[in-house]
Write a protein that binds this ligand. Structure first.
Ligand SMILES: [Zn+2]
Length: 116
């Protein structure tokens, strides 16, 4: 006969319950965000489940291509004059020739790989 009140047994129950609830939350999130995840995949965005699977964080990896303009240090102007290097935006795109038109580094990869 097992002891239901032993600490080990209680821990196992809570661990199983937490795992079960986590799996239910993850499944609910997958159903809830099916359409949004599909759109994100089409765009090549990265998808990070948050809040135990009940939320999502989407990110376009093409943002990695932008850097602060070295000529104006990201200010968009230098000594009161609009920066010519970045057209006064304060940022430049690195490797524009290799930038994909749609999607980014995550395009074609498993977007949930980091969450598994
Ligand atoms: Zn600049």
């Amino acid at each position: 006969m097992s002891k239901f009140t032993s600490p080990t047994s209680r821990n196992k129950v809570w661990t199983r319950l937490a795992a079960w609830l986590g799996a239910r939350a993850e499944a609910a999130g997958a159903r809830l965000f099916t359409d949004d995840d599909a759109r994100a995949l089409q765009q090549g965005w990265q998808i990070a489940p948050i809040q135990h699977g009940l939320g999502r964080r989407y990110r376009d990896p093409r943002f990695d291509l932008w850097r602060a303009c070295p000529a104006c240090h990201g200010n968009g102007q230098w000594q009161g004059v609009p920066c010519r290097s970045c057209h006064a935006t304060g940022r430049i795109m690195i490797a524009p020739a290799t930038a994909p038109l749609r999607g980014g580094e995550g395009h074609g990869q498993d977007p949930l790989a980091s969450a598994k």
